[in-house]
Write a protein that binds this ligand. Structure first.
Ligand SMILES: [Zn+2]
Length: 371
């Protein structure tokens, strides 16, 4: 059996998604706000024009966090914010009046705005009198909690890009303040909602607190952004938090993975036995399901898995040795599994194990999604 490439390479083509969207067979998804393409001149991966316009619409939150009218947003995008529009109206088109520019760009802005309404990142709040036609009422809008959180995440992304290029104390302070707000929303507004339905939220509250206190919060945000950039058809921002809580939390960057692994271990060793057991049980279910989904398994594997169904501390996996043409069942504790996927993987992110027959170190095909 050949080594499998990491999951990330199997993600569906972005052009295909665009095609489906044009036929109204797909989306909108939150991923669209982060869709990218390779620039033919520089070879760099850049956000698409639509993605940048979506982001600008969300970033209007910092200009106008309360009620706003659609025309106010359109004017801001055209006069101040959107780079694409600015470039378009340079040179001989620079004499085009702002109202003509708005008229030309209105259908596209409104179409993307409606997508954000459908994604519940923006909501309608009421009506207000139009500035031009005094007796004419227009809708007002504001950002939802998810919209606000996404605005803060996008701002974090751009501040980090700027700080990579050049150190700047003011920007650094802005970044800390921004992170504080994201942390506050997650801990004080989103977690209390999930707490009612998921019993082990306490674990993740502690996990987040430790990451924040140790100064690794930027790494969580960049992990969120990597998930958002990976075309997973996300329609609900809560998915980001769930993906950390329900699934295996495996960042693509190996150093980040080690940091998160160590904090994960510190957290799990600090909670009650009951909470710990529930988390181990959920992880067993998820990891074994994911493994079966990504690999061809044998009947021996099925039998072993069934035999150990109630042993929530053990994870059953299976590896293949090319030399012996033989499968080997592996039973690892969740802690060993976590340690192995963090510290003991090859360049293809495959996990190493010992073949039962030849006693050589072989690999388990990779099956984890990582970002
Ligand atoms: Zn072997």
């Amino acid at each position: 059996m050949p080594k499998q490439k990491s999951y990330i390479s199997s993600i569906k083509g972005k052009n295909y998604n665009k095609f489906l969207k044009s036929l109204k067979l797909r989306g909108p998804y939150i991923d669209d706000i982060f869709s990218s393409q390779i620039d033919s001149l520089t070879g760099k991966v850049l956000f698409t024009k639509d993605a940048l316009l979506y982001q600008d619409i969300i970033l209007y939150y910092f200009k106008n966090p309360k009620d706003f009218k659609l025309t106010e947003l359109q004017n801001w995008l055209i006069k101040e914010k959107n780079f694409e529009f600015k470039i378009e109206y340079q040179g001989f088109k620079s004499r085009t009046s702002y109202s003509a520019r708005r008229h030309a760009k209105e259908p596209r802005i409104n179409s993307l705005f409606n997508d954000l309404l459908n994604l519940k990142l923006i909501k309608q709040t009421g009506k207000a009198f139009s500035e031009k036609l005094k007796n004419f009422e227009v809708e007002t809008y504001s950002y939802t909690l998810d919209g606000k959180l996404l605005a803060l995440i996008i701002k974090n992304y751009y501040l980090i890009q700027e700080l990579k290029d050049k150190k700047n104390d003011t920007k650094q302070q802005e970044l800390s303040k921004n992170n504080e707000q994201i942390y506050d929303i997650i801990i004080n507004q989103i977690f209390p909602i999930i707490r009612n339905s998921i019993s082990y939220v306490n674990f993740y509250l502690k996990f987040f607190e430790l990451i924040y206190k140790k100064g690794y919060f930027d790494k969580i945000i960049s992990y969120f952004i990597n998930i958002l950039c990976s075309n997973r058809e996300i329609i609900y921002l809560m998915y980001l938090l769930k993906s950390i809580m329900v699934y295996d939390f495996v960042p693509y960057n190996k150093l980040d993975r080690r940091i998160f692994h160590d904090i994960w271990k510190e957290t799990i060793n600090s909670i009650s036995v009951e909470e710990k057991n529930i988390i181990l049980f959920r992880l067993k279910q998820y990891i074994e399901f994911k493994f079966m989904d990504k690999n061809i398994i044998t009947s021996n594997y099925e039998k072993k898995q069934f035999e150990l169904r109630s042993d929530y501390e053990k994870i059953v996996l299976e590896g293949y040795c090319n030399e012996c043409d033989q499968y080997t069942i592996l039973i690892w504790s969740t802690f060993d599994y976590k340690k192995n996927i963090t510290y003991n993987v090859d360049e293809y992110d495959n996990i190493k194990f010992q073949c039962n027959k030849c006693k050589q170190i072989r690999v388990i095909p990779c099956f984890m999604p990582r970002y």
